[in-house]
Design a protein around this ligand. Sequence first.
Ligand code: AMP
Length: 125
Amino acid sequence: MDIFCKIINKEVNSYTIYEDDIVKVFLDVNQKHKGHTLIIPKKHYVNLFDIDTDTLNYIFKVARNIAVLLKEALNYDGITLLQNNDYGQEVKHFHLHLIPTYEKENENSNIEEIYNIIKSKSSTR
Ligand code: AMP
């Protein structure tokens, strides 16, 4: 079983910022930039060629909402959406990266602090 299926089954912990019946949204353990987030479908799809278009559309709808939430929480300057397939894809379970970018970034922010800032914004929405 891949690591993201284990996160969905709660066998592995994650810093989850949103979930519903279709998707789970959590912080990437390796924060390339502050607020680096992954959106995954709860059903197992390997990649872009495997996933159905309804789920794919839904993931992008959620991505926009999460991008707005991250902007409110972290005030990034830009945001990059990235999705790897096959070569260069470490985890073989479809996932969309949301990677905030900053003109100036404080290197010291840790994942727990970032999580708490995002959660404090999402609970007031
Ligand atoms: P990719 O290269 O697109 O397959 O990226 C996989 C991403 O999953 C990497 O950025 C990893 O840091 C991230 N990752 C791997 N394991 C975990 C985990 N247990 N929780 C959160 N993110 C993870």
